[in-house]
Ligand binder design. Structure first.
Ligand SMILES: Cc1ncc(COP(=O)(O)O)c(C=O)c1O
Length: 422
């Protein structure tokens, strides 16, 4: 819970940081009790600036895949730190990492590491345009691809020209995809696809295999490239590109967040069908070739290949989902829990302004469990059956309290603004 230390930090932040905090981790997007600042993270737990400890289902919005501060990954990072990190040229680890990523991801023949997911999604757009000589990029309505002018969900500071060649279609809707492709005429450079629908505020949805296959075919017919944005879901569903699950291989896939278990690195992967475009663009950054995150990534990928982390998360996620459904029913609530169990999203039926969801997240926070009221969450491999038991016991008490205060809940003003914006 936000306590005196968190409040003091917020007051200082308000003076030296616009809005006190920016981007997806800004606490004004969450219930008022949520702390802004954290001091420690280990395994499945985080500790806020006031010393409160939480079982954390946000996993840093995705980067924590194996558990915070995984000893094996961090030892590899520390070893590399002693050798060299950001240097005048890349370390040999750049080649090792490109080899490791292309060996794991079936469609990929090459890799270009970068720093954030937005780097990888923006580079994918540039590669597609350079490869095809065309301009039009199609994205699914409501899908998040990052914070650059072409894709940020908050259009302040963006001009119409930034998005002049961006078109939209509805996820899993073949007719709307076909219409968007037809509207692009001969100018289609790429179709962007999320591995599954994981938009904020909305029910998650797995990809319809027919829609995925049609997206591939439409690209092939138009001489355009297919891009899967695996920044959020990468290596959480399968040890490969997520669309292997529906039997469709893209030309490009963007990766980030979790493949170095929280160390800062992302990557664009591509097949030979996009190699010339990738070779043609100018893309770089001062920290893109830092060796420490590459060492962390190589160790993370080794662990992903050699352990049952996905199967473990699916088993725990299944327990969590069914246990929450039962607890909700016992207290007179109905949950909407869709999509992969290892990336849970917990929404309430009949809760259009998210007042119940905000109340639920606040009650869970009081119980020492950090859940998000409108964003998808993540399980990490460090979670145990005991953690799920803890979360379910907490949920039972949280929902019991929520049932008694339900009639008094009010929508938070930010929810009105956010749901209107999406
Ligand atoms: C699907 C997807 N694409 C791209 C991004 C942007 O990644 P980053 O915030 O690292 O720039 C995100 C971040 O949440 C994401 O979820």
């Amino acid at each position: 819970m936000s306590g005196p230390k968190d409040q003091a930090l917020r007051a200082r932040a308000a003076r030296v940081i616009p809005n006190g905090m920016f981007g997806h981790q800004a606490t004004h997007l969450l219930p008022p009790a949520f702390p802004q600042f954290f001091t420690h993270a280990k395994g499945a737990h985080i500790r806020d600036a006031d010393g409160n400890r939480y079982l954390d289902f946000m996993c840093a919005y995705g980067p924590n895949l194996l558990g915070y501060a995984d000893d094996r990954v961090d030892a590899a990072a520390v070893r590399q730190l002693a050798r060299g990190d950001t240097m005048t040229g890349p370390s040999p680890l750049l080649v090792d990492l490109a080899e490791a990523l292309t060996a794991m991801v079936s469609h990929a023949d090459w890799a270009m590491p970068c720093k954030n997911g937005t780097d990888a999604t923006t580079m994918a757009m540039m590669v597609a345009r350079a490869q095809t000589g065309k301009r039009r990029i199609l994205v699914a309505e409501g899908a998040y691809h990052g914070a650059a002018p072409w894709c940020t969900p908050v259009p302040s500071g963006v001009v119409a020209e930034d998005r002049a060649h961006i078109g939209h279609y509805r996820y899993n809707d073949i007719a709307s995809l076909e219409a968007a492709v037809a509207a692009a005429g001969t100018d289609l450079a790429a179709i962007y696809a999320a591995p599954f629908k994981h938009d904020a505020f909305q029910d998650q949805a797995l990809p319809d295999p027919a829609y995925a296959a049609r997206a591939r075919q439409l690209c092939d017919d138009a001489g355009a490239l297919l891009i899967v944005d695996d920044v959020r879901a990468g290596f959480r569903l399968v040890r490969d590109c997520s669309w292997e699950l529906v039997g469709v291989r893209p030309d490009l896939s963007s990766w980030g967040k979790s493949f170095a278990n929280g160390h800062p690195i992302s990557a664009l992967l591509g097949s030979d069908s996009a190699r010339a475009g990738a070779a043609a663009i100018y893309a770089t950054g001062s920290f893109w070739f830092s060796a420490v995150p590459m060492a962390a990534a190589l160790e993370t990928l080794r662990i992903l290949r050699e352990t049952d982390y996905i199967e473990h998360s699916v088993r725990l996620g299944t327990r969590l989902r069914s246990g929450l459904d039962a607890a909700a029913a016992a207290h007179g609530f109905t949950l909407r829990q869709r999509g992969p169990v290892q990336m849970p999203q917990i929404l309430f039926a009949d809760d259009p302004d998210f007042r119940t969801g905000f109340g639920w997240a606040t009650e869970m926070l009081r119980e020492g469990v950090y859940v998000h009221p409108w964003h998808n969450m993540f399980l990490s491999a460090a979670m145990t059956d005991a953690d799920i038991d803890f979360a379910l016991d907490a949920a039972d008490r949280a929902l019991a309290r929520l049932a008694t205060t339900r009639a008094l809940l009010q929508p938070h003003p930010i929810v009105r603004a956010l749901t209107a914006a999406h």
